[in-house]
Design a protein around this ligand. Structure first.
Ligand code: PLP
Length: 364
């Protein structure tokens, strides 16, 4: 074999030319390129928790014994703790290295070449990413102008090849939820429905109680947002028991670190503290929305998550994103067919809202 051409011939054909997932910009990559040093950058581009994690997590990690020992591959203690929090039996729960990894594992469990996955676009891009890596076909069902999912369109998109239906609620990047009545109609199809509740703690809405009546319901949750643990990578899913057993069987061994296990234990022991921060973010979301609405060239959409989707009505979102970046404020921007000329702003602390508003006024 000579050169990279030879190697490409060996790569799975569906991955040749695959461009991957475009993750948010990290402040480290901007050092020397913007007016503000990395530590002064206000990060409103990845829906992280601006308050960080519980102080109990930091304390426990500083004194963690046994980091030289592998974690329990069966996740017994972890599943028990998550069971109490999620109000679901421990044998239905599987934890992973962020809920992204559980999305990926689910797709690997269900989807092979030629299989179809229903994706209610615009939505979180990882559903497409993992499906394409597995050689599956993404069947896009466009949302309406207010980003609502059309149950009829989802039903029409179902074929004998459909393996999974993904529903993010609240949806990323649009922030709206799938009403429970619509969710139930989609569950009635009997196909595996993955309800992605990464932002559940900010919306207060969950499909969890429907588990008892629907053996096709899968609920995914994350500790990245509400518990401030994005950097440690920990999420979990609640599955019908047979699917949970398969997920445990096909996961990479030790897929949750000892540090992440400790962080879950301490977060769940500090719920009152974390709830206080969630409440502060929800309150700030409302103030940020009101402030954004005052700009006649911006159209914020109501959100049940910890971010706000904003259509840019004058100029380009790409330029706005760059201008804000120069001022040390990172937001996510979009300009593609179903997400035209828009930005997504994560809810920060009050001083972050103030800094953003000041910057927007300067650009008005
Ligand atoms: C809808 C949705 N699901 C899942 C995730 C992944 O979260 P995690 O950090 O747990 O992998 C995100 C992260 O942005 C998200 O927006």
């Amino acid at each position: 074999m000579t050169g990279s051409d030879g190697i490409e011939k060996l790569i799975r054909p569906n991955l040749v030319g695959f461009t991957g997932y475009s993750a948010s910009t990290s402040p480290d990559t901007l050092a020397g390129k913007v007016e503000v040093p990395p530590e002064g950058i206000i990060k409103m581009n990845a829906n992280e928790n601006p308050y960080g994690c519980s102080p109990r997590v930091l304390k426990a990690l500083a004194h963690a014994p046994n980091l030289n020992i592998y974690p329990d591959d069966g996740q017994q203690e972890l599943r028990k703790r998550l069971s109490a929090y999620a109000a679901a039996p421990a044998d239905c729960i599987v934890a992973g290295h962020g809920s992204n990894s559980l999305i990926d594992l689910l797709v690997r469990l269900f989807v092979g070449p030629g299989d179809e996955v229903i994706n209610c676009v615009p939505t979180f891009d990882i559903y497409r990413f993992s499906t394409e890596i597995c050689g599956g076909t993404v069947v896009n069902v466009p949302r309406d102008d207010d980003f609502e999912v059309s149950v009829n369109s989802v039903k029409k998109a179902i074929s004998p090849k459909t393996k999974l239906i993904f529903l993010a609620t609240p949806n990323n990047p649009t922030g709206n939820i799938v009403p429970q009545t619509d969710l139930l109609k989609i569950l009635e199809t009997g196909l595996p429905v993955v309800v992605d509740e990464a932002y559940y703690e900010f919306s207060g809405e969950t499909a969890m109680p429907y588990r008892k009546n629907y053996q096709n319901l899968i609920v995914l949750r994350s500790f990245s947002k509400w518990a401030g643990l994005a950097g440690l990578r920990i999420g979990y899913g609640v599955f019908p028991p047979r699917i949970a057993a398969y997920m445990m069987a096909i996961k990479i061994p030790h897929n949750v670190s000892v540090a992440a296990e400790i962080a879950v234990r301490e977060s769940l022991a500090d719920l009152a503290y974390l709830q206080g921060k969630i409440n502060a973010i929800i309150e700030e979301r409302s103030r940020l929305f009101d402030e954004l609405q005052k700009f006649n060239w911006l159209k914020p959409y109501p959100s049940r998550a910890n971010f706000i989707y904003v259509a840019v009505l004058r100029g380009t979102a790409a330029a706005l994103h760059l201008e804000l970046q120069q001022k040390g404020i990172l937001v996510r921007y979009f300009d593609r067919s179903l997400l035209k000329n828009s930005i997504r702003v994560s809810v920060g602390k009050p001083e972050h809202t103030d800094a953003l508003v000041r910057a927007l006024k300067e650009l008005s």
